[in-house]
Design a protein around this ligand. Structure first.
Ligand SMILES: C[S@@+](CC[C@H](N)C(=O)[O-])C[C@H]1O[C@@H](n2cnc3c(N)ncnc32)[C@H](O)[C@@H]1O
Length: 289
């Protein structure tokens, strides 16, 4: 890995160690049952498309690999539904919380792995999975295409890949452009990199179009892309756990809001499977499908 990318990866790791994703979703003491319940309730309240996309119940008795589990909200739900889960993250702090959370809920069907998903096979045994799931992760790593290449090694032809990455042609991108663009149409992706996570200061953020996500997914055939999520709340209220919509969304009829979300939402939720002839022939796989 060249030095720039190595430095970027170290910055990504530091960032998520300093502030694991969604750690402030509850004001209760971190680690308590109530804390984890509140984190989950808030996450799925603000992003109700996640359980629909993940289809937790569908994976009962199946093997699930989650890339970038963070503090494990989705991980717990796969495990609760009865899947055998392998959960990977770069951030040891996030993993520490996720591990503890699994203990709090008495979930013993999760194996946690710390490491860089761009080099997945250097620390995760090659086994086949029924589902590979990654929500809001791959766009935060310096070389997303490396992660995708690695994932192929864990696939059977029947493996389902579900990934969420950020959508460049989105309401969010337009907001960033209007606030910070000053007419620089040519640099939308740079602006998004810099400002999309402005409140949190995440060091790496890529974004994709429907077309470029297909290019990213290279060896996978895309079955379905769904566009979701416009964040409608006023940020100063939201950080105080209050949900007041910004004025222009407050009066928008719900069906119109949903219509907008499905076109210019910030989340590109992609379901795919391995393209024919790639990746499934080698290794000491133990997949169940
Ligand atoms: C926005 S959080 C999402 C966490 C979780 N998927 C969720 O939805 O709550 C991004 C996560 O990706 C992890 N991550 C970023 N780059 C990674 C990499 N190269 N390998 C493994 N994990 C990575 C971060 O440590 C962080 O926990």
């Amino acid at each position: 890995m060249n030095q720039d990318k190595e430095a970027a990866l170290a910055a990504v790791r530091d960032f998520w160690n300093r502030r694991p994703c969604n750690i402030r979703h509850s004001a209760k003491p971190i680690g308590s049952n109530e804390y984890f319940d509140e984190v989950e309730a808030r996450k799925y309240f603000v992003e109700p498309h996640i359980p629909i996309f993940a289809e937790f119940e569908k994976w009962r008795g199946k093997r699930v690999l989650e890339i970038g589990c963070g503090i494990g909200t989705d991980t717990m739900n796969f495990a609760r539904a009865g899947a055998e889960v392998s959960a990977v993250d770069l951030s040891e702090k996030s993993l520490e919380i996720a591990r503890y959370r699994a203990g709090v809920y008495g979930l013993h069907n999760i194996r946690f792995y710390e490491g860089n998903a761009e080099e997945l096979s250097s620390f995760l045994p090659i086994e086949r999975y029924d589902l590979i799931y990654s929500f809001g992760v791959i766009h935060h790593t310096p070389r997303p295409e490396r992660v995708i290449e690695q994932l192929q090694r864990y696939c059977l032809p029947s493996t389902v890949l579900k990934v969420m990455v950020y959508h460049r042609h989105s309401w969010k991108a337009m907001e960033v452009f209007l606030r910070h663009g000053r007419g620089r149409f040519w640099s939308v992706s740079k602006l998004l990199e810099r400002y999309s996570e402005a409140q949190t200061g995440c060091p790496v953020t890529h974004s994709y179009t429907r077309r470029s996500v297909r290019e990213l997914l290279g060896g996978f055939a895309v079955d379905f892309v769904s566009v979701e999520h416009i964040f409608p709340y006023r940020v100063p209220d939201y950080v105080r756990h209050q949900y007041r919509m910004v004025w222009y969304f407050r009066h928008l009829p719900q069906p119109v809001f949903r219509w907008l979300e499905k076109r210019v939402g910030w989340h590109l939720c992609v379901t795919a499977h391995l393209a024919k002839g790639i990746g499934s022939g080698s290794g000491n796989g133990t997949g169940t499908s």
